[in-house]
Design a protein around this ligand. Structure first.
Ligand SMILES: Nc1ncnc2c1ncn2[C@@H]1O[C@H](COP(=O)(O)OP(=O)(O)O)[C@@H](O)[C@H]1O
Ligand SMILES: [Mg+2]
Length: 272
């Protein structure tokens, strides 16, 4: 095998969010479809939660990409923590209104109340990393969604603290919560193989049999981000051997356990 194949395979697992790399996974697709259905319902807020690395940002990007042709939709990857900046950005994006000075919540609500919905389609705002917003701003977002002139999909990491935010701010509201989870062993195999096949790395896709996936799953618990890091490192090691001592990997078809373990130590998934 050429070392460039290992490098190409390695780069497939860079930790980036790009919808052209989106992989259809059964469970995620079902959740995705139910989210599309929810968006059509008169729900005001939809909460998307799950541990870091379970695919929340990818999910939001995919949603944004799919819907942007047919409706007004905005994705804010990075929280806009300053309140005035937040409402100014939304005023600009939703209504094309530019404010030079401050724009407080009360002023912004006046603007919203006077706006008619175009063809009764409610604009959708996707907020990623929402655990970073202050409770005060979250409360205003909630009041804003009460006007039914804007709908929110809010993605946040689930920790005990965020559980509390979720409880306090959303429990009494008409909202739906959707949870993203780590992959099962079967899903992880699909994920890894599809990712490689999509990049035309056919030979390396065959290196991940059920046996090696089981070990990888044991180390990463099926977390997509941890799996990306681990497999990136595995291929980095392969590329290195291929260049320096190719005889050591010549007979390998299946990914060697020792390389998986070395990578796990390197990425901090196991302590040496
Ligand atoms: N359905 C998917 N298809 C392809 N890659 C995915 C998918 N879900 C997650 N990933 C990848 O896994 C990594 C972690 O996903 P991300 O959306 O950043 O997680 P989170 O936002 O929950 O922390 C990213 O590199 C992303 O590209
Ligand atoms: Mg994210």
């Amino acid at each position: 095998m050429e070392s460039s194949l290992y490098q190409d395979s390695r780069d497939v697992f860079l930790d980036t969010v790009n919808t052209k790399d989106y992989i259809q996974l059964d469970r995620v697709s079902i959740i995705y479809q139910s989210l599309l259905d929810s968006i059509k319902k008169p729900l005001k807020m939809i909460l998307l939660y799950g541990k870091p690395g379970t695919g929340k940002s990818m999910f939001l990007s995919k949603l944004h990409d799919t819907l942007k042709e047919t409706q007004q939709i905005y994705l804010y990857n990075n929280p806009i923590l300053d309140e005035s900046e937040f409402f100014k950005t939304i005023a600009q994006d939703l209504y094309g209104i530019e404010y030079s000075g401050e724009l407080n919540f009360t002023q912004f609500m006046k603007v919203v109340e006077n706006k008619e919905l175009y063809k009764a389609i409610i604009p959708l705002i996707l907020l990623d990393e929402a655990q970073l917003y202050s409770p005060a701003l979250m409360e205003k977002i909630r009041l804003l969604s009460d006007t039914r002139k804007v709908k929110f999909v809010i993605a946040l990491h689930k920790t005990e603290k965020e559980d509390l935010i979720a409880k306090e701010h959303f429990q009494t509201r008409i909202w739906q919560s959707i949870k993203l989870e780590n992959a099962s062993i079967v899903e992880l195999q699909t994920y890894v193989q599809k990712k490689l096949l999509k990049a035309n790395c056919f030979d390396t896709a065959n290196m991940f049999s059920k046996k090696s996936i089981k070990l990888i799953h044991k180390l990463t618990d099926g977390n997509y981000r941890d799996t990306n890091k681990l497999i990136y490192t595995i291929f980095d090691i392969y590329a290195h051997y291929q260049e320096n001592s190719p005889y050591k990997i010549k007979s390998t078809r299946e990914v060697a356990n020792k390389f998986i373990e070395m990578s796990a130590i390197h990425t901090g998934l196991i302590n040496a």
